[in-house]
Design a protein around this ligand. Structure first.
Ligand SMILES: Cc1cc2nc3c(=O)[nH]c(=O)nc-3n(C[C@H](O)[C@H](O)[C@H](O)COP(=O)(O)OP(=O)(O)OC[C@H]3O[C@@H](n4cnc5c(N)ncnc54)[C@H](O)[C@@H]3O)c2cc1C
Length: 244
């Protein structure tokens, strides 16, 4: 499988390569699969942090396609982790549908980093969808560890499948999650979020914003935060997780 220029650039940047071996998979919903892997030494060499993601190399007729996936239930002691696949039509999603125990896939670690904001934010505002639920859950776990009882989360999660709102989001009592059906190419989510995030509800000085949904929606929400509300970029962690 031939990697394109991305593989060359990652090598130059000192990226670490690993081969993961699939040990099994579980259907969480008809549109969301969890694939379990042995890590090929990845956790020992790369460590682990909240929201950690890796680059997987999927083979499509001999051509390599790189896609990002988030670590779930990682166990450095056992050298294992899982990855959750939100299903649609794509090489990565198709791989998850058909993969069998014993299959392998190459992975590269480069570019993922996150430390929980300090001082602890007054509130964390989150926007995501099933693709970013694994990262959101690790963010919630980290909040519970480092700031138990503080930094309540208000989250909007966009969904496209009826079963999506049944996906587990590890909130605590002070958190609020609103599921928003994807409508008008994501405009419904952007409007609902931007209408709620105003100078009256947000503390520009004390809040933190974690945004990971479709790329153009992510950009629109970040623009609202930066340009309309004047939020400092250090208070925003935003990354488009997929593209229409
Ligand atoms: C840092 C990071 C971490 C990520 N972690 C995860 C994760 O843990 N689990 C996960 O499921 N995804 C995750 N993603 C998103 C995932 O990398 C993308 O969805 C990726 O494009 C899927 O590749 P594909 O080959 O299946 O589809 P592609 O070939 O990229 O796209 C094929 C078609 O499917 C559509 N599509 C792609 N992704 C989605 C989606 N999520 N929802 C709806 N339609 C989609 C595209 O618009 C296109 O029409 C992450 C992305 C980033 C940047």
């Amino acid at each position: 499988m031939k990697r394109n220029w991305e593989g060359v650039v990652l090598k130059v940047m000192g990226a670490k390569d690993f081969t993961l071996e699939v040990t099994g998979k579980d259907e969480i919903t008809p549109d969301f699969l969890r694939v379990h892997v042995r890590d090929g030494g990845l956790l020992e060499r790369s460590g682990l942090h909240p929201t950690m993601w890796i680059r997987l190399w999927f083979d499509d007729a001999g051509k390599a396609h790189q896609r990002a996936y988030t670590l779930v239930n990682a166990s450095p002691a056992d050298g294992t982790f899982s990855m959750d696949f939100a299903l649609h039509n794509g090489v990565a999603a198709d791989w998850a549908r058909s993969v069998q125990p014993g299959d392998t896939i190459d992975a590269t670690v480069q570019g993922s980093s996150f430390t929980f904001p300090q001082p602890v934010p007054r509130r964390i505002w989150v926007v995501g969808d099933p693709a970013s639920i694994p990262a959101i859950n690790s963010l919630l776990d980290e909040r519970n560890l480092t700031a138990a009882g503080a930094a309540p989360v208000t989250a909007w999660l966009e969904y496209q499948h009826d079963a999506d709102p049944s996906l587990q989001v590890r909130t605590s009592e002070s958190d609020v999650v609103t599921w928003v059906p994807r409508k008008r190419d994501g405009a419904a989510l952007v409007e609902e979020v931007c209408d709620a995030l105003t100078a009256g509800t947000v503390s520009v000085e004390e809040d933190f914003f974690w945004i990971a949904c479709e790329a153009s929606s992510t950009r629109a929400i970040v623009k609202h935060l930066r340009k309309t509300l004047g939020v400092d970029k250090h208070r925003i962690d935003a990354l488009g997780y997929w593209r229409v």
